[in-house]
Write a protein that binds this ligand. Sequence first.
Ligand code: URA
Length: 465
Amino acid sequence: MPAGAARTRRAGAADRPPGESAPAGRAAAGRLRPGGAAVTPAFDAPTLIRLKRDGGRLDDAAIDWLIDAYTAGIVAEEQMAALLMAIFLRGMDPAETARWTAAMVASGECYDFADLGRPTVDKHSTGGVGDKITLPLVAVVAACGAAVPQASGRGLGHTGGTLDKLESIAGFTATLSRERIRAQLDDVGAAIFAAGALAPADARLYALRDITATVDSLPLIASSVMSKKLAEGAGALMLDVKVGAGAFMKSAAQAGELARIMIELGAAHGVPTRALLTDMNGPLGGTVGNALEVEESLAVLAGGGPADVVELTLTLAAEMLALAGLDGVDPAATLRDGTAMDRFAALIAAQDGDLTAGLPVAACSETVTASRGGTMGDIDAMAVAMTAWRLGAGRSRPGEPVQAGAGVRIHRRPGEPVTAGEPLFTLYTDTPARFGPALAELDGGYAVVTEAPATRPLVIERIGR
Ligand code: URA
């Protein structure tokens, strides 16, 4: 292998548990016997959909065939949509989830940065509202001496996507070859990129789940997250599993179960994995929307920013550094001394972005003011997410462009004093007709109250060794 090149392998037989055979799918579906007679496909989609619909389990060979045949276009979108709904309703047991994950990993390439010369570690969030943590976090961790190869996604359901946020920076590209990722990990210590050739089955399933109301399924989230993360080549993984009104997991019990499944998947593939369950009842920070969240991340990197964003960034950074064997390093120092900001600027420049061009600002804004004085009560993360989505920050169809400047700025956070007539929220969009539906989503998602709401800890539980 040439020096400086990332090792890439296509996952295949070596990635299957000992004694297992190769997927039956593509081969069985289209191959001819030496004599010319067609081989009968080992499986067919309607039978497997019916099996799952009726509460049965998919065995390893069936899962391998499904993922392989779907990737090859043999299983149609409608069939996979029906199967996803059956999985959503019936679930998958741990062995099915493990095989589904392994099959998705095997659908593409796997990177390996073991020879980088510094430890690699990544984090993944299960999806939140105002969750811009990745942006300051990768810079902090890189400034502390670890390298972060991060395969990221776009918005899913009501949640924002890291790539959508970064693409609000002029020129930024998320399409990186493995050679470029490798070079960037050497030079900058971090790269944030579209999964591309990594777990391509997940990319298609992710988009299909987004439009078929099958996102918030425990085995489908676990396999989606872990397939990308196991393929990207990070040596260790930190998971931020969101819990609450604005998360896919509404209870700590559900989130804990999801975390444990993902930790086991990581361990089974030799990637030490830990998780924090963190509160997602209210939006994280004071902004929700792509460019707005980049602006807030830059404030954190400059040593300011909202306390909750700083706290979660530093808590996750400490966990990642411990996983990388760099326990002695103080991540907070990198926000004070500017080294994290330098890393972020270097990452953006390496990915063709231009921070000096300024961030996009929406053409129109509307401000919601307080009709009375008091204290800001709880703000419902889902209401704010839907407001931002109606304003154009998210998609309603796959591949649709998002508005970089659309979103919500929160002027008063829960527990802060409110004076009658002062701004509580500013809504931004390029499309004024969106204000009506957006305001309707926000209505009822907050209240000015007389007594400050109870404060909730940001970190609910830590799971894993
Ligand atoms: N993040 C992912 O990558 N996949 C999911 O299903 C949810 C969050």
